[in-house]
Design a protein around this ligand. Structure first.
Ligand code: NZQ
Ligand code: ZN
Length: 381
């Protein structure tokens, strides 16, 4: 096992009705005025919006609102939020929604404490030195944004989907009430399951060392996600399955699984971000297409771990069969597995490879994942 630093300052409040305490939690942090960030309206349809407002008012928390965060969240919306925060003496940002809302809240929190362009943080031109406190109430479990310091945003002008990572934007408190997730569509349930599996396997396959403990946590995450997804497809209101799904999603990207592995890379995410940036593909849908293609291409680099995956997850000795079975499972739950299913033409591959290679360079992977290599992977999709 390699040396590591593990630090995760997010407090998780997990369970039924916890969202009704959000005002009290914020008040207890000494905050009086917040920016409330949310998406396209699901929280109004479900009545959650009213409950959040009631809770804030009960604790005398003043608030401004920023609505309309879209899936594949945009820099232009983040900049709107930063302006609101700077002009209204905002002391904290509360995101109520899925990963896109949480990521926008984090980006606003960082930008509100910076005199320059917040995009500087995404292209490594500047390092986050301060941020407003972030709180989240999650309505969809997939990204683990609720317990990490990452945020992924699309620059609407340059069509780059890039990320930040700073412990300064880890949420102070995240509220996870699995009941709030019962209304997530079947499509997004499938995309979420794929995303959680993606977070688990990136380092599992690319790390330099593979402590058994880490491999076993990853395998447990994957098995639990597969089981609970199948239960939730049949019964979206199954509380226990929803709760296990939510807690499992968090473990997949809160720093736990890479600790001691020497760290790995996130090539599937790197390539998928190009699909989202250029074709506005939902993150998990893009991953379902990229992952099997990448696995087929990468397998020979770590055959032992691919054989282990096949055995532990699908009870087969054959690495290739493990990949095919995962691909089939993605298709079975309703995720796309080819570029054609995403309406991405073969002629689009060159631009996707250029876009992904630019991100590879930002992530220090540009020499390994050249445009040619990325195009070769995408041709398998
Ligand atoms: O906007 P509303 O109306 O709320 O609708 C949302 C949205 O259309 C809807 N939704 C959310 N909760 C719902 C619901 N509909 C009904 N009932 C509910 N309870 O679901 C749609 C998708 O929401 P979104 O937030 O986009 O999904 P997700 O949580 O999967 O977030 C995806 C984004 O997170 C990024 C992705 O790249 C993508 O941009 N990621 C963030 C990461 C992180 N911060 O660590 C890591 C991930 O790898 C990922 O890259
Ligand atoms: Zn992801």
């Amino acid at each position: 096992m390699n040396d590591f630093t593990y630090y995760n300052p997010t407090k998780i409040e997990f369970g039924k009705g916890k969202e009704n305490n959000i005002g009290a939690y914020i008040k207890a942090s000494g905050i009086q005025k917040i920016l409330l960030v949310y998406g396209g309206g699901s929280i109004k349809k479900t009545g959650l919006y009213e409950r959040i407002i009631t809770s804030l008012k009960k604790s005398n928390i003043e608030f401004e609102e920023l609505s309309g965060v879209v899936s594949n969240p945009l820099l232009s919306k983040v900049n709107e939020g930063i302006a609101l925060a700077k002009n209204h003496g905002i002391q904290a940002v509360l995101g109520v929604g899925g990963g896109s809302v949480a990521d926008s809240a984090k980006s606003i929190a960082a930008g509100a404490k910076y005199d320059g362009d917040v995009w500087d943080f995404f292209i490594n031109k500047a390092k986050i030195a301060d941020a407003l406190p972030v709180f989240t109430v999650m309505t969809l479990s997939a990204t683990a944004s609720e317990m990490n310091g990452n945020a992924v945003i699309i620059n609407d002008e340059t069509k780059q989907k890039y990320s930040i990572a700073s412990v300064l934007v880890n949420p102070k408190i995240s509220i996870i009430n699995p009941e709030l997730m019962a209304t997530v569509s079947q499509d997004y349930l499938a995309y979420s399951a794929v995303d959680i599996i993606a977070h688990s396997i990136e380092v599992y396959f690319t790390a330099t060392v593979h402590p058994h403990f880490n491999s076993r946590i990853v395998e447990s995450i994957i098995k639990t996600v597969m089981e609970t997804t199948e239960i939730l497809i049949k019964n979206p209101a199954d509380y226990d399955a929803r709760a296990e799904f939510a807690w499992t999603a968090i473990q997949a990207l809160n720093g736990l699984t890479p600790a001691g592995t020497g760290g790995g890379s996130f090539p599937n995410h790197m390539i998928e971000h190009a699909l989202s940036a250029l074709y506005n593909v939902p993150h998990g849908a893009g991953l379902a297409v990229v992952i099997p293609a990448w696995m087929k291409w990468y397998k020979a680099n770590n055959i032992a771990q691919f054989q282990r995956f096949a055995k532990e997850i699908f009870n087969t000795q054959d690495a290739d069969e493990g990949i095919i079975k995962l691909e089939n499972w993605f298709a079975k739950i309703g995720a796309p597995v080819t570029l054609a299913q995403l309406n991405i033409p073969r002629e689009g591959i060159t631009a996707l490879a250029t876009n992904a290679n630019a991100l590879a360079s930002v992530w220090g992977l540009g020499d390994f994942y050249t445009q040619e290599v990325i195009a070769e992977i995408l041709k398998k999709a």
